[in-house]
Design a protein around this ligand. Structure first.
Ligand code: SAH
Ligand code: SF4
Length: 343
């Protein structure tokens, strides 16, 4: 039996009509599920009993089993879920003064195997369904910070643009005024650079924020630790990003994890300034690498990080330096799941 959360508003409307009820009840049902967190059709008190029975016969409302929770000293909260097939996925809630950001996973594992990332270590298992993605958000809202989920980032485990259909369905529910009602500009899709996915997203007519995990600005270096670059090298990647920002009028954030001895020297900064210099809508977000013992990666010294940042700023780039969050609970992508699987 399908979980009702796998349905878009439009599909639900059509279903209701096929049951002999007006489609507008779909909005009420969305409100119950996404705004009020209903877990049972019986709670939907403004729907006729007959309709509730019909829903009960045709759909279920299930949840994900919570396999673990961790809270960081800085308030970051991480949740681990066990799916029906026993796969483990993780989601993180990062609160700050006037906002709370949910970071969610889109796949079990990842097939792209970037060398610094814990998510790809045990390979790829499967895509998450729209229902499972939505469930991560509901659980974060329920368990972590009930009323105040203001931003969502697809920066957990997996490559969102490699699971395009289910991610887009989820985005529509997240964005819908009857769903989670989070504005497109507060939803960020992060990609390792899947060009066809970026092009497709540009054509959706949504103003979703795009983050590109760049991490190196010359092809040889990038391919050496991000195999995806061999298929989608920088030239095509940058032109698809320019096309995205032209169509959506959005700034693009280029994530750059600084890894000691790999991509944080002066030459790398020069490559980056050359690649993005003069492009007004490009923003660089520097992220000192989280230490991951299994992968032998760690951040450069503070001095080198600041030199790198300073070099880019002097060349007119718009640069931010991300503060580490949740480091004491291994909040970087894939790290908690990895720890769980090792147990
Ligand atoms: N596959 C997509 C979405 C996942 S986001 C992508 O790669 O963009 C993955 C993010 O996790 C990276 O951009 C980075 O911000 C973070 N991450 C992964 N490994 C990390 C590490 N060792 N240190 C710090 N951040 C890391
Ligand atoms: Fe996959 Fe992104 Fe991690 Fe690369 S950084 S292995 S694409 S999740």
């Amino acid at each position: 039996m399908d979980d009702i959360k796998a349905l878009s508003l439009e599909t639900l409307q059509n279903k209701l009509v096929s049951f002999g009820y007006p489609g507008y009840h779909a909005r009420q049902i969305f409100n119950w599920i996404y705004k009020k967190g209903a877990v049972d059709f019986a709670q939907m008190s403004d729907l006729a009993q007959g309709l509730r029975d019909k829903l009960q016969e045709n759909f279920c409302i299930s949840g994900l089993e919570i396999a673990g929770q961790l809270k960081s000293r800085d308030g970051t909260k991480k949740m681990l879920f066990k799916l029906k097939d026993s796969s483990i996925v993780e989601a993180v809630m990062i609160p700050s003064r006037d906002r709370a950001t949910g970071c969610i996973s889109t796949q079990v594992g990842c097939k792209f195997g970037c060398r610094f990332c814990a998510s790809g270590i045990s390979g790829f298992k499967r895509n998450l369904t729209c229902f499972e993605i939505i469930e991560e958000i509901l659980a974060l809202k329920r368990e972590a910070l009930p009323d105040n989920l203001t931003h969502l980032v697809f920066m957990g485990t997996g490559e969102p643009l490699d699971n395009y259909e289910e991610v887009l369905k989820a985005i529509k529910i997240i964005n819908s005024p009857d769903g989670f009602n989070i504005g497109a500009r507060r939803i960020t899709v992060s990609t390792s650079g899947i060009i066809p996915g970026i092009q497709r997203l540009a054509g959706e007519g949504l103003q979703i924020e795009l983050s590109v995990s760049l991490h190196a600005a010359n092809d040889e270096l990038r391919s050496s630790f991000m195999p995806v670059n061999r298929k989608y090298p920088l030239k095509g990647l940058i032109s698809s990003c320019k096309e995205y920002s032209a169509k959506t009028n959005r700034q693009i954030t280029f994530e750059y994890i600084l890894i000691k001895g790999l991509n944080s020297d002066l030459r790398s900064a020069q490559d980056l300034a050359k690649l993005l210099g003069g492009w007004r809508l490009a923003k660089v977000n520097l992220i000192p690498s989280n230490p991951i013992a299994e992968l032998k990666v760690e951040a450069p010294d503070r001095r080198d990080i600041l030199l790198f940042k300073d070099y880019l700023e002097k060349r007119g780039l718009n640069v931010t330096l991300r503060k580490g969050r949740g480091e004491d609970i291994n909040a970087a992508c894939g790290q908690l799941r990895l720890g769980y699987e090792k147990k």
